[in-house]
Ligand binder design. Structure first.
Ligand SMILES: *Cc1c(COP(=O)(O)O)cnc(C)c1O
Length: 435
């Protein structure tokens, strides 16, 4: 089989988007505001200043369709390897014997190995601009902590990461990557916060959750001088930053005169899905395309397929604002699946809103089916996907098989949100029957 120039669609450095896209401008109804956890009243911008820089809060509340990307951030995006290629999975198509065309966006190529630096870089930048010296955060699989550690090194900030204990134990190399970038990493629940100690007292061998780690990171931020908190998903400004992905994909598909039938991405807190899909979804809302948008999630954390749409805390300790979202409940403890980045009880309010409005669909998959898809992809395309991304691959493969059944030449584009080279323990368990 020959490789054509349409198999790897690249953009020039100058093509890095100059603006982020804000879907709030195109929604038929406003997003529900975050509520103060103490009073249940909508939060005012100044109420959020204890944990976030003003620049991020302004973006969080904005309803402007486009927001300029600062030059320093575009320069850092170049360092991350943006624009990233869009690649055709021709050997996967052949393996599936499908008439569908499958493309994937290479977010695995960033130095941190995932899409997460797309938001870590602007968040660190906005803090640095306001004189903040340290950032605290949580990390599930370790991807967000890695991205923020990289971004803090880039802008000379200190970085403290609370890493969900089950991941901390399963993924020692992730911790070492963060430490190499200069971050301090605590397993969560930890002994360094009051909340962490209270959880450990009740359940000494608690595997940790993102919700607990968020509570610890927020607590440390509130008790330490010149320190702010940084969140890797869920919030509007994070979704906004990730839209560089989808804007690039639109330019790339334009180069080959293609409008996708399906766009597929996995969902944890929703940021790679939003970043990948929202720019084109805006066009769909305005009646310009008919693309279907598909989120894939684990059956063990089915916030979109089985969760309730209501106000809930973003964390487990009840320290963060309440957000209107599909949620499993903030006390929910997901099983210790290897796709640690998908172990979040809630879903971004913006993704929850477009799900409620029917602009997207969600499918849930069992862990072993997603690893089977990831292994097939690795053998066909040579790239070992992150366990999270395996959910997107499984979704894309199922659509390609449906296209085969109906003999339809569908175009399926999925987001390869990260590589799995630091997740080999999960592959070990899958390959050797110990999942
Ligand atoms: C964190 C992560 C996810 C899930 O987070 P979202 O905010 O839903 O994108 C998915 N894939 C990878 C590789 C991740 O690191």
């Amino acid at each position: 089989m020959s490789i054509s120039k349409d198999d790897r669609i690249i953009l020039r450095p100058d093509d890095i988007p100059t603006k982020w896209y804000n879907i709030a401008a195109d929604l038929p109804e406003p997003l529900s505001p975050p509520l103060d956890p103490a009073t249940n009243q909508p939060m005012r911008p100044e109420d959020l200043e204890a944990i976030f820089p003003k620049g991020a809060i302004a973006q969080e509340m904005s309803v402007d369709r486009y927001i300029d990307i600062p030059e320093e951030v575009r320069d850092a995006y170049l360092m991350l390897g943006r624009p990233s290629p869009l690649q055709r999975a021709r050997r996967l198509e052949k393996y599936l014997k499908t008439p569908a065309r499958i493309y994937f966006k290479r977010e695995d190529l960033s130095p941190a190995g995932s899409h997460k630096p797309n938001s870590a870089i602007p968040q660190a930048y906005l803090n640095m601009k306001e004189g903040v010296e340290n950032l605290t955060t949580e990390t599930g699989a370790g991807q967000w902590g890695t991205a923020l550690a990289l971004a803090c090194a880039h802008f000379d900030l200190g970085c403290k990461v609370f890493m969900v204990r089950s991941s901390y134990d399963q993924k020692p190399f992730r911790r070492l990557v963060m430490e190499t970038y200069g971050a301090t990493v605590h397993p969560s629940p930890s002994d360094v916060t009051e909340y962490g100690r209270s959880v450990k007292e009740k359940t000494p061998d608690h595997p940790g959750t993102l919700g607990i780690a968020i509570s610890e990171a927020v607590e440390m931020c509130l008790h330490q001088e010149n320190t702010k908190y940084s969140l890797g998903s869920v919030l509007n400004h994070v979704m906004l930053h990730q839209t560089v992905i989808g804007q690039e994909v639109m330019m790339q598909l334009e180069q080959i005169d293609t409008v996708p039938d399906y766009m597929v991405a996995c969902v944890g807190g929703g940021s790679n899905f939003a970043g990948f899909c929202f720019p084109l979804m805006g066009q769909k809302i305005r009646g310009k395309v008919e693309t279907e948008f598909i989120a894939t999630e684990p059956t063990s954390v089915p916030s979109l397929t089985k969760g309730e749409l209501r106000y809930d805390y973003g964390d487990t300790g009840g320290m963060t604002p309440k957000l209107k979202m599909y949620t499993m409940g903030c006390e929910f403890v997901p099983s210790a699946i290897h796709a640690g980045g998908l172990r979040y009880h809630g879903m971004a309010p913006s993704v929850s809103k477009v799900a409620e409005l029917g602009y997207m669909k969600t499918y849930a998959y069992d862990q072993s089916d997603t690893f089977a898809a990831g292994v097939a992809f690795a053998r066909a395309e040579g790239i070992i996907p992150a366990p999270e991304s395996c959910h997107a691959i499984k979704g894309a493969m199922d659509l390609a098989l449906e296209a085969k059944k109906n003999n339809e030449e569908k175009v399926i584009v999925f987001n390869l949100s990260g590589h799995g080279l630091l997740d080999m323990v999960g592959y070990d368990r899958y390959l050797h029957g110990n999942l």
